[in-house]
Design a protein around this ligand. Structure first.
Ligand code: PMP
Length: 406
């Protein structure tokens, strides 16, 4: 097979997806009307497939901070954190992140992907072990490839499987980094973190937790699953992103391990890329203050998530295992999922179409995500659109569905 021939299978997939009109991957939002509405294909559409969990993308404090920073400091830093790309805002954001999470230090990366990939790849090297959840995000997998460490996967959220693998590692656990996510973005389920921490205590090793989808979403103060599970002291490294609850783009790692400051000098994903722009840094700082000051946003998000989850279950859809800001709706097969996605869009609702192999179980999903900014009326409209799909008529009863799913 020549260099470019391997892409050929993608062309038939693309044709297949294009056959229904709009291509589901790469939809153009022609106009953004609010955190929850946009113009898509010339039509006012409810956005139920963003990671704008707290709806902060239009928060006046964030917008004003970004505008001011651009006016004061320019549109970009044009350099790496290691060279000319560290402004006082980057350092201030790191101090504020460390303070927010109650940790000694923080590193800011240019994207969440780089933060996770960079930390995984830098913390481990040849001779070390990466013990990762099998359903890990691509950034974790890519970090694994770059690290050169031995990769061991445990079954998704399966504590017995994790224990078996830790036991087998014996003394190598001293060189082992366990990697889990807080809230998993495909199914919306949460890691059994208290159990993972208990196993880490029993067998040794270090723990890195990717809280990309859980910061601002879980925990009394929004510090994520580690806070909600009461095990923050046992999580050695927390990585996360600014591109979801915090409404901008960028990533971070926080830790109380003094080595984090040395990792700054070793992480290629931190050193060899330009630092976040002043506007991003400023709006993220403003968003972090809003997360800390407004727990009611989190409460609203969960009320919305429960309303949608319960409503879809009532229609009879098979859903991910627990209610949360990500609600995975299972559809029988890929064709129905593609057709359903188009019908939802025609009804003025945008969700994420997720097809195998992107899904962990090989299922086809119409994946919804909620925002604190959604109104009850919008959620009811999403439910109405789902109820109108032909697949809704044939979906199994919820109890039956749940047992197939977990
Ligand atoms: N980690 C996880 C678990 C994610 O889901 C994502 C993004 N979907 C990332 C990292 C990367 O974050 P970003 O998109 O901000 O680069």
């Amino acid at each position: 097979m020549s260099l470019l021939e391997k892409f050929e299978p993608l062309s038939s997939i693309r044709e297949d997806l294009n056959a229904h009109g709009m291509m589901p991957f790469g939809v153009v939002t022609e106009k953004i009307l609010s955190p929850t509405e946009g113009m898509v294909d010339g039509k006012r559409t409810i956005l139920a497939g963003t990671n704008n969990y707290l709806g902060l993308t239009f928060a006046p404090e964030c917008v004003a901070a970004a505008q001011q920073a651009t006016a004061d400091e320019g549109t970009g830093t044009t350099g790496s954190r290691m060279a000319n790309g560290t402004y006082s805002g980057h350092r201030a954001l790191e101090q504020e992140l460390a303070q927010f999470f109650g940790r000694e230090s923080a590193m800011v990366f240019t994207t969440g992907f780089l933060a996770t990939m960079g930390m995984v790849a830098t913390l481990t090297g040849p001779g070390d072990v990466l013990l990762i959840d099998g359903d890990s995000h691509a950034s974790i997998y890519d970090g694994c490839k770059l690290s050169g460490a031995d990769i061991v996967r445990f079954r998704h959220n399966d504590l017995a499987d994790l224990e078996k693998r830790l036991r087998r590692l014996g003394e190598r656990t001293a060189n082992t980094l366990i990697v889990s996510e807080g809230l998993y973005s495909m199914m919306g389920d949460q890691a059994p973190l208290a159990g993972i921490v208990e196993l880490k205590r029993k067998y040794g090793g270090y723990l890195l937790l990717d809280e990309a989808h859980s910061v601002g979403v879980l925990g009394a103060h929004g510090r994520g699953l580690a806070e909600a599970a009461g095990v923050e002291d046992e999580v050695d490294f927390v990585v996360g992103t600014f591109s979801k609850s915090l409404g901008s783009v960028g990533g971070f790692c926080v830790s109380s391990r003094p080595e984090l400051e040395l990792i700054r000098m070793a992480a290629r994903a931190y050193i060899f890329t330009a630092s976040p722009t002043p506007s991003v840094v400023a709006s993220t700082r403003a968003a972090l203050r809003l997360v800390a000051a407004h727990p009611e946003l989190r409460e609203k998000l969960w009320r919305n998530a429960t309303r949608l989850y319960d409503g879809l279950a009532k229609i009879g859809y098979q859903l991910g295992p627990q209610a949360g800001p990500v609600v995975a709706v299972f559809v029988d097969d890929r064709e129905q999922a593609i057709a359903g996605w188009h019908q939802l869009l025609a009804a003025g609702v945008y969700v994420n179409l997720v097809l195998p192999p992107a899904t962990p179980t090989g299922a086809s999903l119409l994946r919804c995500s909620l925002s604190a900014a959604h109104t009850d009326e919008q959620i009811d409209k999403i439910l109405e659109a789902f109820a109108g799909l032909p697949v809704a008529a044939g979906v199994p009863a919820p109890s039956q569905a749940r047992s197939q799913n977990v």
